[in-house]
Each structure stands twice: as structure tokens, then as C-alpha cells.
Design a protein. Structure first.
Length: 290
């Protein structure tokens, strides 16, 4: 009975160690390192452990016990060889959520919505360019609805005037206007080089925020906002995630003529993911100056 239990434990543990070995070989940050650890596993499993069994004699219970202890030691070695996981950065969290907007084919909508506060959000199937950015930043721990509203309320003279048909300060809308967001980013983030010359193009990194003008001769505040994606085209042009209709899209940055401004968040460490609060009342569609 004791022998049967030991053999059962031996087989169970052996299968676990084998899976760990293969996972280490595949997931290791260095393919060469993973392969070396796998070879060590094979040598121990097929050569060294059988040699120990042969040396200790023919007692079946003793062989099973020694094999189990040997596999336990091997498991400790393999766990030590497993690569340490790298923390996810702020920028990676931003890119991850921006990419989801494209994958979900979120449709463009500039509808005015009475939102909960803080962390209020539109239904996930819809949103404007600013909503893509807001959702991406909440995934990294920053609620732009709360941050922009508080800063706007404390410093109203620093923010542009709203159109006559809109409130001066409105927590349902302040953070969804590009003209307010660019002021907030200029006050709280690191401003980076902009444009399409070779020097500026090198500075675009995944997770950066770019504000865009649709027309070259348009002065003042931007018309659009996007998040820099994790990849570039063959000629080195960065891709961006944005939503200007009909759906959220991944496209080249130079699809647009003018980069109004370019920002990077000052910290690489993300905060806790902020879960959105969704509105219950009906949605009123109105003009929403971005």
C-alpha cells in the first residue's frame, strides 16, 4: 500500500515537473537560458536519478521514495530557474486598453451623456476620440473625468471658454473636450517634440498621447486626440489608436497633417485599474465641441 501511494505521488509530481520544465523553456526571457535548463532537467530525469536507484538496490519502496525525493529536489531547481515576471508599465496599460477599443469596434459617438461622478463612462459600445483616451488612462489608474474637473474648477482662468450653449464647468463633458484635455496634459504631463521630422519621429513611444489638428492653418486648440500604438510601419512611422468614426481604428500617425502637441506621462508605474460607472438615464444627443 505504501509503495502504491509513493508511486502515485511520484508520477503526479513527475508530470508537474515536466510541464514546469517545458514552460520554463518556452517562457524564459532568453531562449538559450530556457533550453539549458531543459537539458539539465532531461539529464537529471533520465541519467542521474536512475543511477541513484541502481546504486541503492532493488527495494521497491526505497526506490519509489528516493525517486520522489529526487523529483522534489529537481522541482526546487526548476522553480529557481523560472524567469521573474516583469511588472507591466503605465504605458503598456494605456496601449492595452486603447487597443481593446479597436478590437471591440467601438462606434463613434459625440453624444452628451449625464455621467456618474467620478469614473463616469458612456456605454462601452460607443465613444469619441477622447473616450478612447479616458478609458485607456483609467486602465493605468488615472481618472481624467475627476482630474480635469478638479483642475478646471480650481483654475478656471487657465481653461478655454465653453461655447455659449454649454456650461462653463461641466463634469459630464469637461474631460471629453480636447481643448480642456490639452490644457490638463500641458500642466501635468511631460511635453515631447511633435511633428514628422526624423528627430521628432524618434521620440514617439507606445502610450504617448498626441493631439491633432485637422487643418494646417487652424490656430488654437486641437480637434482630435489619439494614443501612440505599440508598433510602427515599415518606414518607421508610428501607428496610433483613435476614434473619429465610424469605429475606433489603428492607423498611421501621418494620416493627419498636423500634430498639435505630444505628451508622455511622468511615471512608468501604473495605479490600480479604475472601474467605470455607467449612466442609467436616457442619452441626450447634442453638439459636443471637442
Amino acid at each position: 500500500m505504501a509503495r502504491a501511494r509513493l508511486i502515485f505521488l511520484e508520477h503526479s509530481f513527475s508530470n508537474t515537473i515536466t510541464r514546469t520544465s517545458m514552460s520554463t523553456m518556452v517562457d524564459s526571457s532568453s531562449c538559450g537560458s530556457g533550453l539549458i535548463w531543459h537539458l539539465i532537467f532531461v539529464i537529471l530525469r533520465r541519467r542521474i536519478i536512475p543511477l541513484i536507484h541502481f546504486t541503492l538496490g532493488v527495494c521497491s519502496v526505497m526506490r519509489a521514495l528516493v525517486r520522489l525525493l529526487s523529483l522534489l529536489l529537481l522541482g526546487i531547481v526548476m522553480l529557481g530557474a523560472a524567469p521573474a515576471s516583469r511588472p507591466v508599465t503605465f504605458a503598456e496599460r494605456v496601449v492595452q486598453r486603447a487597443r481593446q477599443e479597436v478590437e471591440r469596434k467601438v462606434s463613434y459617438s459625440a453624444a452628451y451623456v449625464s455621467l456618474p461622478y467620478p469614473a463616469g463612462d458612456l456605454p462601452q459600445r460607443m465613444g469619441a476620440c477622447t473616450d478612447l483616451l479616458i478609458r485607456a488612462y483609467r486602465n493605468a489608474g488615472i481618472d481624467l473625468q475627476k482630474e480635469v474637473h478638479e483642475d478646471h474648477s480650481a483654475n478656471p482662468d487657465l481653461y478655454p471658454d465653453a461655447p455659449d450653449d454649454e456650461k462653463k464647468i461641466d463634469p459630464n463633458l469637461d474631460h471629453r473636450r480636447c481643448r480642456n484635455l490639452v490644457v490638463w496634459f500641458r500642466r501635468h504631463a511631460q511635453e515631447m517634440p511633435r511633428g514628422f521630422d526624423a528627430a521628432a519621429l524618434k521620440t514617439y513611444e507606445p502610450g504617448d498621447v498626441v493631439f491633432i489638428n485637422f487643418f494646417e492653418d487652424k490656430p488654437g486648440y486641437p480637434d482630435h486626440v489619439a494614443v501612440v500604438a505599440e508598433s510602427r510601419d515599415g518606414d518607421g512611422m508610428p501607428f496610433i489608436y483613435d476614434n473619429m468614426g465610424p469605429f475606433a481604428t489603428k492607423r498611421r500617425l501621418d494620416h493627419f497633417r498636423v500634430v498639435n502637441s505630444h505628451f508622455r506621462w511622468k511615471s512608468t508605474e501604473p495605479g490600480a485599474v479604475i472601474q467605470p460607472n455607467f449612466p442609467v438615464p436616457e442619452i441626450k444627443v447634442s453638439k459636443m465641441g471637442m
